[in-house]
Design a protein around this ligand. Structure first.
Ligand code: FAD
Length: 301
């Protein structure tokens, strides 16, 4: 029954937008369905279905098997679907905010966000407020009392990062936390919460000769404060992942422990950070979330 499934399909329309920075546009979606939406964590991911370029409005049925229905449609006829993060949900006002990186006209989501206007319709697969139990779609599951948190994000993961920092800042004793956040321009370094013990390093590509996205995060991990190596793990061969076909996605398993890392961004950069942290630095991989949010030059649906 749709009303108790963890996820459902929501009809939504662009209500308004605000440019948080020159490359990050917050779009507020509204519609009666959104009163039934839930979010379970600051990195809650959702799928958004966009209209086709010839104006066909997404019309996915609200069914448990929507994904197989979607995949059964020939690629050329599918409405585009991309993954985003719930930045803020105000179910009482039937509104949800999503922050879109404006990276140009080369992808349907960025193109849509660049041109969308009030009233433009999308559909969203997102958590259901009437779910009997919490579903998944989020990876921020820190231990109760971490002694040190490492967060690394490029612009696509900054909406989740901002939410994570807001959650930590609201704790009675926020933990020591080191953040590396990579963006294109100085003006993209948006205001984030602060507390003693939080150390934010903005990595600005434009000030470093405009390297490939992710390169500054890869270099920065060398100077991150890390726990002692796990001697058994250091030097072990990592399983190969073909990032052209598979999204790198490795998750922390620790429910307690002093260190916890949440790292998301461009897939090749994530693979390189994975090698540095696990193979070279011997960090216990059960403490690390390593997530490819997009792939330079490729399309992940
Ligand atoms: C769990 C999760 C949460 C995410 N949350 C957000 C979010 O809140 N906000 C957000 O903006 N993105 C988010 N992303 C990333 C987003 O899904 C991708 O950036 C996606 O590729 C955008 O789709 P598109 O249609 O614009 O481009 P696509 O059609 O997917 O790609 C077209 C081209 O654009 C390039 N491209 C894609 N993204 C970027 C980029 N950011 N910068 C430069 N080039 C790019 C691709 O390499 C490709 O060459 C998230 C991804 C995941 C997995």
């Amino acid at each position: 029954m749709s009303h108790t499934r963890p996820y459902r399909i929501f009809n939504a329309a662009h209500a308004r937008s605000e440019d948080v920075t020159p490359h990050l546009r917050r779009i507020t979606f509204s519609g009666p369905d959104i009163a039934e939406m839930a979010t379970w964590a600051p990195d809650q991911r959702i799928k958004i279905f966009f209209p086709t370029d010839d104006g066909r409005i997404p019309d996915m049925p609200d069914r448990e098997d929507w994904y197989s229905i979607y995949k059964s449609v020939p690629v050329a006829e599918r409405v585009p679907m991309r993954t985003y993060t719930i930045r803020n949900l105000r179910a009482d006002q039937a509104e949800v905010d999503v922050e879109f990186v404006l990276h140009g006209e080369n992808g349907p989501a960025s193109r849509w966000a660049t041109h969308a206007k009030p009233g433009d319709k999308v559909q969203i697969s997102a958590p259901n407020r009437r779910a009997e139990k919490i579903g998944g779609g989020f990876e921020w599951k820190p231990p109760a009392d971490p002694r040190h948190v490492l967060l690394m994000a490029d612009e696509t993961a900054i909406p989740a990062l901002a939410g994570i920092l807001e959650e930590l800042a609201a704790r009675p004793n926020p933990p020591p936390c080191e953040v590396f956040a990579e963006v294109a321009d100085r003006a993209d370094a948006l205001p984030l919460p602060n507390w003693p013990g939080l150390n934010i390093h903005w990595l600005i590509r434009h000030e470093e000769g405009d390297p490939r996205p992710g390169d500054l995060l890869v270099a920065a991990v060398e100077r991150a404060k890390l726990p002692a190596a796990n001697a058994e793990q250091a030097g072990t061969e990592l399983e190969a992942i073909d990032i052209d076909t598979t999204v790198p996605w490795e998750l922390a398993k620790a429910t307690e422990g002093a260190f916890y890392a949440w790292i998301a961004g461009e897939s090749e950069a994530i693979m390189s950070i994975r090698r540095t942290l696990i193979k070279e630095r011997g960090i216990d991989r059960s403490l690390l979330n390593l997530m490819g949010y997009w792939r330079f030059g490729k399309v992940y649906e």
